[in-house]
Design a protein around this ligand. Structure first.
Ligand SMILES: Nc1nc2c(ncn2[C@@H]2O[C@H](COP(=O)(O)OP(=O)(O)OP(=O)(O)O)[C@@H](O)[C@H]2O)c(=O)[nH]1
Ligand SMILES: [Mg+2]
Length: 454
């Protein structure tokens, strides 16, 4: 044991939930069935789980402590000046921790004795330094197997904060099997039995589910020093020591229960998350497929209609006058060539308007940014696919009526469809879901490794 309760440096709880206390559940022993390199592997495994379940940081840190399977840890908790440190000293039979008539313990201190690691925590008090509170809470929640909650009898009833803390400890005990002993300390400070009975009565009304152990460290010390057995017995310390020994005997079983519980909870949560990711990925894939099918079939239908509408112009009897070059003399005259070109232009524009209407309805409007020219009229998918050249009958037949030409145009439009904002966003969501699913799978296998069943 350390000769004197070792004052440990103040440090906030590390982000990965690792313990700031030496020997308090480092990576030694984590994943006991895994040989060399285990600490690193264990740290990575926890990081994998934390990456998808950050709110489980405390449970993972606790699992790390449990896996280390160190000495049983007993922690005192309660408000400052309620006699926590002195109670520990009496229980240990050794002045391991500093005692004073003012706020004394400001950082966690620990001491190993009789096969137990005793932790002295700063008092929990809302109106004083919160770092102390944090250390007290950390000791209570992360390190300890047995929590000794100390309340000084002279203070009378529990205050709201103490009550909330006790209730939280009880609820945690129900869930994790971690034990809590409630101590009414400094009973010698009360005027007499009547006053003690009144305080007990008030506290029982507040917290009927636990009976406090009544102790007096002062009597215990006087009994020891004066060799007075009755005073020793009346101090309540031997009785509390016995209760602690029984609680200690239950620690291995409690740790086993808590370990299994935490693994089960985390695994269940990961599996539920995996299920949600799978459903989301399937839904996104379905949406992606259905959208594409709707686009392909819709576009085919538009082309079929446009092709049929153009037949009238393409199959018009007689030669294609559009190809006849106008002479200077024809400049102001209505010629067969001009009429033909106008008819083709109108028919072609109508076809383009129909196709464009369809494209707009499917979110295919502008060009992808890499392809934009900066000239608005040019930056449309219609222009990019159809070009700006003047069309003749033969062009229209090739583009809209011959299967190979129509197919090629449809492929081009499909390519732009896949590059449209909505489709790109959908593909990105799908990729993100797949990445998340991979992370969940990794977390599940890391959790299995941590459980030792990899
Ligand atoms: N009469 C009497 N005084 C006690 C008893 N226990 C503690 N004290 C005194 O109460 C004061 C505070 O005791 P500590 O053990 O330092 O209290 P603490 O809860 O550890 O206080 P912090 O470390 O500041 O949180 C000291 O002066 C102790 O001697 C007791 O059973 N009887
Ligand atoms: Mg103290």
């Amino acid at each position: 044991m350390t000769e004197r309760g070792q004052r440990l440096p103040e440090a906030p709880p590390p982000a990965d939930g690792a313990s700031p206390l030496p020997g308090a559940g480092g990576d030694r022993g984590q994943g006991p069935s895994h040989a060399g390199g285990a600490p690193d592997r264990a740290q990575h495994a926890r990081t994998d789980v934390l990456a998808v379940l950050p709110e489980r940081a405390r449970d993972l840190a606790r699992l790390r402590v449990l896996a280390a399977d160190g000495l049983p840890v007993v922690t005192v908790m309660g408000k400052y000046n309620h006699g926590k440190s002195r109670l520990l000293n009496e229980l240990l039979g050794h002045d391991a921790f500093a005692v004073a008539d003012r706020r004394q313990t400001v950082a966690l201190a620990d001491c190993e004795r009789d096969g137990v690691r005793w932790l002295d925590a700063p008092g929990i008090d809302a109106d004083v330094a919160t770092a102390d509170d944090r250390h007290a809470m950390q000791a209570a929640w992360l390190e300890s197997d047995i929590r000794l909650f100390v309340h000084a009898a002279k203070e009378g009833e529990l205050d709201a904060r103490e009550l909330a803390m006790l209730e939280a400890l009880l609820a945690d005990g129900e869930r994790t099997s971690r034990q809590m002993l409630f101590v009414l300390s400094q009973v010698d400070q009360l005027a007499g039995d009547d006053q003690l009975a009144a305080v007990l009565e008030a506290i029982r009304r507040q917290l009927p589910q636990v009976e406090p152990y009544q102790t007096s460290s002062a009597r215990h010390r006087r009994g020891l020093e004066g060799g007075k057995r009755l005073l020793l017995e009346n101090s309540g310390i031997p009785h509390l020591r016995e209760a602690l020994a029984q609680a200690r005997a239950r620690v291995p079983q409690a740790r086993q229960h808590e370990t299994a519980l935490l693994f089960l909870e985390i695994r269940t949560e990961l599996q539920a998350l995996r299920e949600r990711c799978l459903q989301e990925r399937d839904a996104l894939r379905r949406r992606q497929r259905e959208q594409r099918q709707r686009f392909v079939h819709g576009l085919e239908a538009v082309f079929a209609k446009v092709g049929a509408d153009l037949r009238e112009v393409i199959d018009a009897p007689g030669p294609d006058h559009a190809q006849t070059v106008d002479s200077a003399a024809d400049h102001y005259r209505q010629t067969a060539a001009k009429l033909e070109r106008a008819r083709i232009q109108v028919a072609y524009s109508r076809a383009c308007i129909q196709i464009d209407g369809f494209l707009v309805g499917h979110g295919v409007v502008g060009l992808p940014s890499a392809q934009r020219t900066g000239v608005r009229a040019m930056d449309s998918v219609m222009v990019a696919v159809m070009g700006v050249s003047v069309k003749r009958r033969a062009d229209l037949r090739r583009l809209f009526c011959e299967p190979a030409g129509a197919r090629q145009l449809q492929q081009e439009f499909l390519r732009y469809f896949e590059l449209s904002d909505d489709r790109v966003a959908l593909a990105a969501s799908l990729a993100a879901t797949s990445t998340k699913l991979d992370a969940v799978d990794k977390a599940l296998s890391s959790l299995r490794w941590l459980e030792g069943g990899a």
